[in-house]
Design a protein around this ligand. Structure first.
Ligand code: ADP
Length: 424
């Protein structure tokens, strides 16, 4: 076996081990390992096409440990490795013509008919960033990375790393290898995180600004103004309470999302939970002249964590009162189906139009921000309800007719067929 082939094979084996160890966990390390694997693959392929090179024999090219049971050729091994990778891999020659690709790359360029091999990069994509980075690797012989966005139906974002392929002794790159990491999900999470931070800052700043302004007014002399100072103090207290509620809700939501909050479902008498909540909310309902109709049968039972169920239903009933019309009505019903229990809360408020329906359970999503704030809302209540329902393996949904009202539904699975207790 030639020295070059031995080097290629060694590279290939080291790369396979590195790939297996890191590919799932560390994208940067995976990039390194992938590049190494593909350099080896490229070398093997190009060496194989070299007419002067010796033909490989299975015994000479595959270590014992790998071919003890099955005779696997190195190229089959590399093909299997390449095709099992989540990252798309594209190798081009010095003319920017594809000489090798894996199945993930074929998926990325699925719009291209037939095989990718033999096609020019320009036939695969018109994205200038992709061309530039491959060209840089070929012409300048340097590794380069770029973030690229591709649209094929849905929008996908990739970190593309390209490295030149050189042969020993040869100065110029004979080809280049590009590895496409799909970072769409990471980007989405990052966006959600940033949105969350900016929402939290915004939500906290508003009451804080009001508090500072009213404290300054008091300091500037309003303290002696017996007619107004109580009202100012009242505003300060309200805004401080709002911040307090907001922080409570944020902490609650993050504990649920982090899996710290546990649900321990048991058989719960629904009527008594509803009675407790309606008693607690009675004065709030009376203020808005909203009547509460509890249609839950006395013996109705659901399978839930009683405290968490109360929390979900309190949020929904509170909203049904808040967003109802003066003199409106709220009806609470229960329906036992074959595999689940449905608890519904119907109000006679303004309803929710379709464009809001699909976003209504998102954190901080509010139809009328000012109205929600005025009513002491944090914009996190429905997100908490959704998370808690899902923690029960259930779901929270809404149906609404604008102008007539809304029905929020919590669907909980029955005890049969699910494990006792549960962790969020
Ligand atoms: P908050 O009530 O604190 O504003 P929620 O997460 O509980 O936050 O609700 C989010 C938004 O959904 C509310 O601001 C309101 O715009 C809308 N909403 C919730 N419940 C109802 C309802 N029963 N009728 C109409 N709109 C509602």
């Amino acid at each position: 076996m030639s020295g070059r082939r031995i080097v290629a094979l060694l590279l290939c084996l080291v790369s396979l081990a590195a790939l297996a160890a890191v590919a799932w966990w560390n994208p940067l390390a995976a990039l390194f390992a992938t590049c190494a694997a593909l350099v080896a693959a490229g070398l093997t392929r190009l060496l194989a096409s070299n007419k002067t090179a010796q033909q490989p024999t299975a015994a000479a090219t595959v270590p014992e440990s790998l071919n003890k049971n099955d005779a696997v050729s190195p190229s089959a091994l590399l093909d299997a490795t390449m095709n099992s990778m989540r990252e798309g891999v594209l190798i081009v020659d010095s003319e920017m013509r594809v000489i090798s690709s894996n199945s993930a790359a074929r998926n990325i360029f699925a719009g291209v008919e037939g095989k990718l091999e033999e096609r020019r990069l320009t036939e695969l994509t018109r994205n200038p960033a992709i061309h530039d980075v491959f060209r840089a690797a070929l012409e300048e012989g340097e590794r380069a990375e770029v973030k690229v966005e591709m649209r094929r139906g849905d929008r996908r974002i990739f970190d593309l790393g390209v490295a030149p392929l050189r042969f020993a002794g040869a100065g110029r790159a004979r080809g280049a290898i590009g590895v496409f990491f799909d970072i769409t999900q990471l980007e989405r999470l990052e966006r959600v995180r940033q949105e969350f931070l900016s929402n939290v800052s915004h939500e906290l700043r508003t009451p804080l600004t009001a508090i500072i302004a009213f404290v300054e007014t008091l300091e500037d002399g309003a303290m002696e103004d017996a007619e107004h100072n109580r009202r100012f103090l009242n505003v300060i207290r309200k805004n401080a309470e709002r911040m307090h509620n907001l922080i409570d809700d944020i902490l609650e939501l993050s504990s649920i999302e982090a899996g710290i909050v546990t649900v321990e479902p048991r058989a719960v008498r629904l009527a008594s939970v509803i009675e407790d909540i309606t008693t607690a909310l009675a004065s709030r309902a009376a203020e808005r002249r909203v009547t509460l109709h509890n249609e839950i049968e006395n013996g109705a039972q659901v399978y839930a964590d009683a405290r968490r169920l109360e929390q979900m239903l309190t949020n929904l009933l509170d909203n049904a009162i808040k967003f109802n019309r003066e003199g409106g009505r709220v009806t609470i019903r229960h329906e036992a189906n074959a595999g689940s229990d449905r608890i519904s809360i119907t109000d006679t408020g303004d309803g929710i139009s379709p464009e809001h329906i699909e976003r209504i359970f998102e954190r901080f999503y509010r139809i009328d921000r000012a109205r929600s704030r005025e009513m002491g809302g944090t914009g996190l209540g429905l997100a908490i309800v959704k998370h808690l329902a899902r923690a029960h393996d259930g779901e929270a949904t809404v149906q609404s007719t604008p102008g007539e009202g809304s029905t929020f539904i919590i669907e909980l699975p029955k005890a049969d067929g699910r494990s006792e207790g549960g962790c969020l």
